[in-house]
Design a protein around this ligand. Structure first.
Ligand SMILES: Cc1cc2nc3c(=O)[nH]c(=O)nc-3n(C[C@H](O)[C@H](O)[C@H](O)COP(=O)(O)O)c2cc1C
Length: 165
């Protein structure tokens, strides 16, 4: 196995952290499950989340000044949130925020209650293909559950994305 096949095989095999990205523009809140995300700078601290162009969250995030990233843990509640934000889409008229508990975070962006999170201004948007990289400066957050095991893509099992890429 070589080249692109090797890449696909390895990319599928590795377990990546699962996060939920939320954002807001005026009265519209939006959020989705994201598997493509990583810290991408130490100094200054920066985090990159890849949002698919087909998602409503991407459309909102294009205009949004602030994103919040929730790092999910291996708990029943976080798995339920992963399912809600990964399988449902605002494009079908689903209001995900009516189906979970949340508080107002930075810039009135929803912070999912009980989750670990960080968030801050979007400092760059990078065209990387069918996803766009949103680079944020993580200036606020809460790491109360940082000692709990995290939820990776390998732990999630089959989920059907609300908008297949
Ligand atoms: C395991 C898994 C990983 C996903 N990874 C991403 C991702 O990295 N970026 C993204 O934009 N969407 C990703 N999605 C898809 C969105 O979470 C999904 O299509 C969601 O329903 C979009 O909702 P929205 O249209 O309301 O934004 C993933 C879905 C699943 C199930």
């Amino acid at each position: 196995m070589a080249g692109i096949d090797a890449f696909e095989r390895l990319a599928e095999a590795v377990s990546t952290p699962m996060v939920i990205v939320t954002t807001r523009v005026e009265d519209e809140t939006s959020g989705c499950l994201v598997g493509f995300s990583t810290r991408c700078s130490v100094d200054p601290p920066r985090y990159l989340a890849g949002l698919s162009r087909v998602n409503r969250t991407y459309e909102v995030a294009r205009q949004a000044p602030i994103l919040v990233v929730h790092l999910l843990h291996d708990s029943d509640r976080d798995r339920e949130l992963a399912r809600l934000f990964g399988e449902e889409t605002a494009k079908d008229g689903v209001d995900k925020f009516a189906r979970c508990e949340w508080d107002l975070g930075p810039g009135a962006v929803p912070v999912l209650r009980g989750c670990d999170w960080f968030g801050g201004p979007v400092v760059e948007r990078v065209d990387i293909g069918d996803h766009v990289g949103f680079v944020i400066s993580p200036e606020q957050g809460d790491a109360s559950r940082a000692d709990e095991p995290f939820l990776g893509s390998a732990d999630l099992g089959e989920l059907d994305p609300g908008n297949p890429t």
